[in-house]
Each structure stands twice: as C-alpha cells, then as structure tokens.
Design a protein around this ligand. Structure first.
Ligand code: KG4
Ligand code: ZN
Length: 413
C-alpha cells in the first residue's frame, strides 16, 4: 500500500507539472480533424491522437502491470483509483506531445465496452467531461473491435478479413466485414489464453526469476519456453478436439499443466520459492498445446469462410491481435497455417497488440471518416461490462460440422 500511495502522489506531481507547461505550449494550426482516443477498460490508462490522414500524432500510456503483478491480478478498485489518478495527466500529456489544444480535436473516442465496470467508468466520465467542456462529440468504442481494426493502421488490410483475438480477457474468431460489421464464428467457453498464462506463470513461481519478475505472465512463459532443452517431455491434450466448432477452451489445459506441475513438485520435493527443474520444458509444452488449439479452431474458421464465401479467394487475410498475439511461438504456428491455406497473416506492432490508446483513436478515426457512431447527445452513453462482438454465426458454424484435421505444426523452440 505504501508504493500505491507513492504512485498516486507522483501522479499528482506529473499532473501539476503538465498543467503549468500547457500555458506556453504552441498550437498546430495545420490539423483539420483529429480524434482523441481514451482507453481505460482494464489496467492501462491510454490516450492517443490521430489526424485526418490516419497518422498518429501522439500517444501516452500508464500501465498498472507492476502493481497487479504484485497483487496477483487486477484488484478492480485499485485499478479504478489508478485510472482516476492518471487519466487527466495522460490526456494532457498526449495533447502536449501532439501540440494540439482540445479546441482542435474533432471528436473523443472512448472505450465503453466490454471491460471492468470500475475501470470503464473512469474513461467514460472523463470523456463526457471533455465533451461537455469543449463541445465535442463522443465516438463510443468496443474494445475488441478496436483490437481487430488497429492492424489496418500500419498494414494494407482490406475488408473483409478473418481475425483471431487472443488476450487476457478474450479469445474469439470473427470475420470483419466493415468498421461496424463483425461476424462472430467462435469464442472461449471458459477462460482466455492470457488469463491461463498469467495464472500458471504465477503458480509455477516464474516471478521468482529476476528477469521474469516485471513482465506479464504470458511474456514470462514465452521467455522460459525459449530456453527449453526437451520440449517434448510433457504431453498435453488438444482441447475440444471432438467439437466441430470454432469455440475455444483453456480450463482443461490449465488443469493438465497443473497436474504435471504437482507431479514434478512431488518428485523433486520442491519447497517454498523453488521452481521445478523442468519449468522451461513445461512452458514450451504449454505454448505448443495452446498453439495447436488456436490453429485447429482457426483452420476450421478458414474452412467455414471458404464454404460460405465470407472471405474472397483472391484476398485471404488473417489478423491476429490482443496481448497474446505478441507471442512469437503462437504467431509462427498461425503463420504455418496461413501458408497452407494461402492466407496473408498480419499482427499489429507488439505495443499495439496489448491494450493502448492508439487502437481506440484509430477506431474513432475509422468511424469518423465513415460518419458512424458520432454521438452529440452524450447523456445516454453508458458503459457495458460484457458485450458480444457483432452478429453471431456460431450456430451456423456448429451446424456445418466441418471435420478439420489439424495441419502438422513444427514448432521451433
Ligand atoms: O490485450 P491485453 O493487453 O489485455 C486484455 O485485453 O486482456 O492482453 C494482456 C494479456 C496478458 O494476459 C498477458 O499475459 C498476455 O496478454 N501477453 C502474452 C504475451 N505478452 C502479453 N501472452 C503470451 N505471450 C506474450 N509474449
Ligand atoms: Zn485488450
């Protein structure tokens, strides 16, 4: 708690220093339209500004990662307090970096769904405050849509495309027909891959290794797996192998890893802070099992898209996004699938795969230029903790009963 209050005090200092420097800041008169994006759906306070050419003018991010690593997960009211402390300094800092005043902003894009209610509400209230004070419209943003669309910022990806969103809170497959037209093909029936990585990394005590102590669970597992000497020591089952749909499940895999871990802990009489000697191999096995599951479901999604002409034959594109998309093992496995099925594969830059303000500003920019969801009557806008992505085609996928023989994946550890 000591560090937490120190953090809060530090943020007030940043806030004051930013306030005093705003007065002397120069103004850029060359920008016609600029969208300011705000993200506070979980544990990152993000802001970014994108101009009318889709160029990023500035971005700022405050991550609460270290605090939540120490607490063993996000504690919603701690996350809310930190968002409250950082929202104003982060937005002010972004405006300063972009050399813009709020008067030069055309609209405020803000994540309103899905996410932690206590976190979402901070972004919404601040966006409404800016909207009222400066008379600007609000563009409401769906967090998962923003993850999907941000890949278009740096790559020439045209509609429609297939997207696999893998993060700490979600796992889903969808066809993106347009900025506001998503068709959901499958989603997790229990937990998300990032959530599984975070929990298992903690249980395997990876945090006790200094080089993993400040990174996310998923990153720690990737780093440990890269040191595996015998990655085939552990055999983990393919999840939902018998289900001919595009849904995902990670609870069974988590339990299978825990069973192997308990067995090894007993065998080596592991006590207190010690890690099992085979921890790197176990991490590698876990990444392989996760990759095989993700590839299997994506392969069926590609077959479903082919059968239903959802993706044009001449332009087959897969976008992988969300925090877990940073993982190179997983991305390489998906690349093998794409090579087999003639898809081009894309992912945003790593810092744009994890939560950030840029993806919200980008989604705002995509909606702005198409005249979509530009809300002036902001009173009615509200947050939504859960919110399905687009129209569901899950039933049609299930009915299609597509038999999918998983392609051979050679994972280089
Ligand atoms: O998209 P994101 O920042 O937040 C959510 O919307 O959930 O994703 C965070 C998740 C965390 O669970 C983290 O462990 C995971 O992404 N992650 C990774 C890697 N980097 C972050 N998982 C696997 N490998 C990585 N390199
Ligand atoms: Zn996210």
């Amino acid at each position: 708690m000591l560090n937490y209050s120190r953090l809060l005090r530090a943020s007030f200092r940043i806030r004051n220093s930013i306030r005093s420097s705003t007065v002397t800041n120069s103004i850029n008169f060359h920008t016609n339209h600029a969208i300011l994006g705000i993200e506070t759906s979980a544990d990152d306070t993000g802001c970014a500004i994108i101009n009318d050419k889709g160029e990023l003018l500035a971005e700022s991010l405050h991550s609460q990662n270290l605090m939540h690593l120490r607490n063993g997960g996000i504690i919603p009211d701690v996350a809310q307090d930190l968002h409250k402390a950082y929202i104003e300094p982060i937005v002010s800092e972004t405006l300063i970096k972009a050399k813009l005043s709020m008067e030069e902003i055309s609209a405020i894009a803000v994540t309103l769904q899905p996410g932690l209610p206590l976190s979402l509400v901070v972004g919404m209230k601040y966006a409404k405050h800016l909207s009222r004070r400066h008379n600007k419209p609000i563009i409401p943003i769906h967090h998962m849509e923003a993850h999907a669309l941000v890949a278009r910022m740096h790559h020439n990806i045209t509609f429609p495309f297939l997207v696999l969103l893998i993060s700490g809170g979600h796992c889903l497959l969808a066809v993106v027909q347009d900025v506001n037209h998503f068709q959901l093909l499958g989603q997790s029936i229990d937990s998300a891959p990032g959530e599984m990585f975070d929990k298992l990394s903690r249980r395997m005590k990876l945090r006790n290794v200094p080089e993993y102590s400040t990174v996310s669970g998923g990153q720690a597992i990737e780093m440990a797996a890269s040191k595996a000497t015998n990655p085939h020591t552990f055999k983990l089952p393919l999840q939902l192998a018998e289900y001919k749909d595009c849904n995902f499940s990670f609870n069974g895999l988590k339990t299978a890893v825990l069973l192997q871990l308990h067995k090894k802990e007993k065998e080596h009489q592991i006590v207190a802070d010690q890690l099992i000697p085979e921890v790197n191999d176990l991490c590698a096995a876990m990444l392989m099992a996760t990759s095989r599951h993700l590839v299997h479901r994506t392969q069926r999604a590609m077959e479903f898209c082919h059968q239903n002409n959802l993706i044009p034959e001449g332009k087959k594109q897969l976008v992988v996004s969300g925090g877990v998309a940073c993982n190179n093992f997983i991305f390489n496995a998906l690349t093998m699938l794409c090579n087999e099925f003639n898809y081009s594969i894309y992912r945003p830059l790593p810092k744009l795969c994890t939560d950030n303000g840029v993806m919200i500003a980008w989604n705002g920019f995509e909606k702005w230029r198409k005249g979509l969801d530009i809300v002036t009557d902001i009173q009615k806008l509200d947050i939504q903790a859960t919110s399905p992505l687009g129209e569901s085609l899950i039933h049609q996928v299930v009915q299609s009963k597509i038999p999918t023989k998983l392609i051979k994946i050679k994972l280089s550890i």
